[in-house]
Design a protein around this ligand. Structure first.
Ligand code: ZN
Length: 251
């Protein structure tokens, strides 16, 4: 399931950066220490793809029912639109629905239901987390994992302002810090259970090779090093160095 996090309204969705991740020959990284495994197999991204659709609020619709219609957590819808009170939505308002392929009709309220009796999304229990990792930053997830239009993407892209602190997704050891073409300045962490996480396009690195980190330890700062059109974090999860979709590991 697609998840969205929004750090703030300052991020313009239309200007999200593209990022690049492709394999380099030894000659291309000459003078630089190679990472512990080959990075990337694809070519540069084209335009980033927004993973969702716009829903225009109609008369009688509530945020809760809109979220239920699209099958997403009401809080996710609130977070994606910077809404802190579900009751503040108005007719004609455009809501970004993360993960939705197309706009759906919400329809009239079922008979016997009253909007005021709907649960306050902020008070609903969160589903129990089996997540092994935590989010490295709060940013807009605008590109997912996997092949899109023939271009492999070994991680996810999270847009955030330059300088945003990047945090370790889990406790582990720093096994690589350095610069890689395409990826820019990267940090690689090794965790228990053969898990590896990689953080690319940083503007600064806050740890050294061999350092031990806890989950949440600041390790880098978001930047636009490497091939990218704007500040974002390219985040990879690998199991035995094989790229995996990070989302199932995240809360
Ligand atoms: Zn990327």
């Amino acid at each position: 399931m697609t998840r969205w996090l929004v750090a703030g309204a300052a991020i313009a969705l239309a200007t999200l950066p593209a990022c690049s991740a492709r394999q380099r020959t030894p000659a291309e990284v000459s003078g630089q220490r190679p990472p512990p495994f080959p990075l990337g197999t694809g070519d540069a991204h084209v335009e980033p793809e927004l993973l969702g659709t716009t829903h225009v609020v109609q008369k009688g619709e509530t945020l809760y029912r809109i979220a239920k219609t699209y099958g997403i957590d009401p809080r996710e819808l609130m977070e994606a639109n910077g809404i802190s009170d579900a009751k503040t939505i108005v007719v004609g308002q455009e809501l970004f629905v993360p993960g939705a392929a197309r706009a759906l009709e919400v329809g009239p309220m079922p008979p016997g239901t009253v909007a005021s009796q709907e649960p306050d999304p902020t008070l609903l229990p969160r589903k129990a987390g089996s997540a092994t990792l935590q989010w490295p930053i709060k940013g807009v997830l605008y590109r997912g994992f996997g092949v899109k239009q023939g271009q492999p993407h070994d991680g996810i892209d999270l847009s955030a302002p330059e300088g945003t602190v990047v945090r370790a997704a889990a406790a582990g050891e720093v096994i690589f810090t350095g610069s890689q073409k395409g990826y820019g300045t990267i940090v690689i962490l090794r965790h228990p259970n053969s898990l590896i996480t990689l953080y690319a396009h940083n503007s600064a690195v806050l740890v050294k090779d061999g350092d031990r980190v806890d989950a949440g330890t600041p390790i880098a700062k978001v930047g636009q090093s490497g091939r990218t059109t704007g500040p974002h974090l390219h985040f990879e999860v690998r199991e035995n160095t094989r790229p995996r979709d990070p989302l199932p590991y995240l809360p």
